[in-house]
Ligand binder design. Structure first.
Ligand code: ZN
Length: 292
């Protein structure tokens, strides 16, 4: 493995980015570079509507400021649906996100697998697996997966497909499908269970066991404090809101211990860039403390 340290960045733009007068995400890479960050997840969560020129400019910025790019696909994807219209649109959202990612030299497209709805869980998963296979087939035919990984995300509500086990199952469709592990969502779904470094280690080892060393080493991670209730995720919080887990320290400890090189995308509400900087500094202190 070539790299032994994580890349830190954020999804979308902080409030401070807009407060500083920026209007276009084309200013994001320089802004993140200025904060010492090195990853950016461009959010197409309400649809992929990007010109080729925009994608090319973002690719150039990312290159100039050494920012690793990923794309978050639209929220409308539902691989479990039995409605033919929704199924076709879900594939189209995935393909459009992959095409945009390819044009901006982004390495990953993150997506939410779908919802269970009225279906039995097993049926919903069987539908999702079959439709993902179809999406992968079409994407491969266009050569889109040559450079871009498709990354289903672990989700925070019980009605959503996307427990860790389900995401790993989806990843077994193709070695170009790799997990996005949103630790906030796992924490919310499991009622606050991510406490110690061993809790994080267990997840990382499970991924390594199921998908291999490289998948675990370069894992795509979402991290932020989260508010949850009986029904899982309520909302993403930021580090200024006190009392919301999961804490980053125990994960940092495992990352240092195993010398892992994930991309860590912070999704804190309104302060994603600022909190990414905090996570990065926690990691750095941990690395010095453990003298690696
Ligand atoms: Zn997401």
């Amino acid at each position: 493995m070539a790299r032994h340290f994580p890349l830190f960045g954020c999804g979308g733009n902080s409030d401070s980015f807009y407060a500083a007068g920026h209007k276009s995400s084309l200013a994001a890479c320089e802004y993140l570079y200025g904060l010492g960050l090195s990853a950016y997840e461009y959010e197409c969560t309400h649809g992929v509507r990007l010109s080729d020129a925009f994608c090319a400019s973002l690719a150039k910025n990312a290159h100039d400021y050494a920012i690793s790019l990923s794309v978050h696909a639209p929220y409308y994807i539902n691989l479990a649906s039995e409605d033919e219209g929704i199924r076709q649109k879900s594939i189209l959202h995935i393909l459009k996100a992959l095409r945009a990612a390819e044009k901006m030299d982004a390495g990953r497209v993150v997506f939410h697998p779908g919802t269970q709805g009225e279906l039995k869980r097993e049926q919903a998963m069987a539908n999702a697996l079959a439709l993902l296979e179809e999406a992968v087939f079409q994407a491969e035919r266009e050569g889109l997966l040559d450079t871009v990984l498709l990354c289903p995300e672990t989700m925070g509500k019980p009605g959503q497909l996307g427990t860790l086990g389900e995401v790993l199952q989806l990843c077994e469709v193709s070695d170009r499908v790799r997990p996005t592990v949103d630790f906030a969502h796992i924490h919310a779904l499991e009622g606050g269970k991510l406490q110690t470094s061993r809790d994080f280690e267990r997840i990382l080892l499970k991924i390594q066991h199921r998908l291999g060393e490289e998948a675990a080493h370069y894992l795509h991670i979402h991290f932020s404090p989260i508010e949850f209730g009986r029904l899982g995720e309520r909302r993403h919080r930021c580090l200024l809101d006190k009392g919301f887990g999961p804490d980053f320290e125990p994960l940092a400890e495992v990352l240092v211990e195993y010398r892992l090189a994930p991309t860590i995308i912070c999704e804190s509400a309104g302060r994603q860039a600022e909190d990414a900087v905090v996570f990065q500094s926690i990691y750095e202190s941990m690395r010095q403390e453990m003298q690696v």
